[in-house]
Design a protein around this ligand. Sequence first.
Ligand code: GAP
Length: 525
Amino acid sequence: MDAIVALAKRRGFVFQSSEIYGGLNGFFDYGPLGTELKKNIRDCWWNDLVHRRDDIVGLESSIIMHPKVWEASGHVAGFTDPLVDCKVSKQRYRADQLFFAPVVVETEQPFPITELPLAGFQSDLLGGTPPTYGTTIGYVSALENERTNEELLEKAEALKRKKAIRGKLRPLVVNDFTVASERDIPNVPSPATGEAGSLTPPRAFNMMFETYVGALRDDSAKSYLRPETAQGMFVDFKNVVDTGRVKLPFGIAQIGKSFRNEITPRNFIFRSREFEQMEMEYFIHPDADWLKCHEEWLTWCRAWLVSIGLPESHLSLYEHPKEKLSFYSRRTVDIMFNFPFGVQELWGIAARSDYDLQQHQKFSGVPQTWFDEATKQKVVPHVIEPAVGVDRILLAVLCAGYVEDEAPDEKGKLEKRTVLRLSPRIAPVKVAVLPLLKNKEQLVGRARALHTKLKRKYAAFYDDGGAIGKRYRRQDEIGTPWCVTIDFETIEKPGDTFTLRERDSMKQTRITEAELFALLEEKVY
Ligand code: GAP
């Protein structure tokens, strides 16, 4: 992960926001290449979903909406994460990301009350032959990571050694802090200090950023930066129906910024406080087979991720257990991606029933219905929602595409090469044009002419600085799929052909201008 973050900074993909002032946690800026990459991801999604289908239309709603929207949607009451404070270090944690376990040692004799290692606990009879007793000697804690359970076990063994207690360690019963009891809480060590006694009980923390609209700074002027783009589609549902001649089933798609005051923004741009979402609300008839529709969108989303270059082998599905579904969902399946820091949610596909439209109908008093010509009845449609973060997809393509391999230098000696294997669909630069020598007018003239022509349609880059191998390497590192070299054969032999060098295989072939345009036309769509 460190290598990917370093490349992102070095080559101008992603910067920490406000870096010269020490940065602001959970906020990021996209540099010239990152901006292109992000735009290409957005464009692919928009083109495939809105332009290339007949049943989906676009929308751009405002970021700050009437505060009633967020009451109706349930976000004011329910968009919370469980927060835990460490009173000593002043660090804050998400309770569901803080794991703990009592450390129980099995002994043949119960500990005498006076020697019990932990106040308020006693030796419990565990049974067996001969009978054994379990004594709680302390607690261990760890923040969620790829090896939380191993870390907890190591800490438990260290605690047993430190307290010099003999006996077998019982298998740890690990829980997250949301279920910590009154007896557990004072005994769980803070991840910041390693000492128990400073963690507060979990409390609900609303993640919406508040703001004030107008000159007044009281509750009547309070509003929120939207935590999801989805509500725009629900609130404008009637406007689209009344103006767009849409028929069920149909979708409304939107790309835009969302804001969440995440307690623990982390893993680079994976979880940030300002991020961009691509969401689509697919409205279906209440009698339609919603499960089938949900499955179809799952299939579509997965295939789309593969179409922009994510390997199928890195993708998996996670079905949310019924008892953990969001307040609006009747079924949610996440497409997961195997990031270097673990398998994590990339894209959530939720069946939201008619929850949102019913809520807005109730709170606004305006009917949120569609007229069914067949039955001559007004119905409140149900919704299937694929919701994904642009930043998270960008991180996934960087992680999947980052490869270190070897390539020969000018003298044929193998040297380390960093490559970003980005799909031509999303690569920031599609093709680089390189005259073999920069002091040969004919080479430079032909290269400039080709570059000018390519630029009209594709992001093309001209580079005449340094040895040709170095120039290839620079393009490999930013994911440019092809380099075209204008060499002596181009100007001296008939056919006006160039050397086409392919990024991943490093294979070189000769190609004409017409063939180059045909290749780009086929691969960049
Ligand atoms: N409208 C439903 C909704 O917003 P979500 O699962 O909270 O559902 C959808 O978010 C997607 O948005 C996630 O799958 C993820 O890709 C992205 N996302 C959510 N929170 C994010 C954050 N703090 N930083 C970056 N991306 C985030």
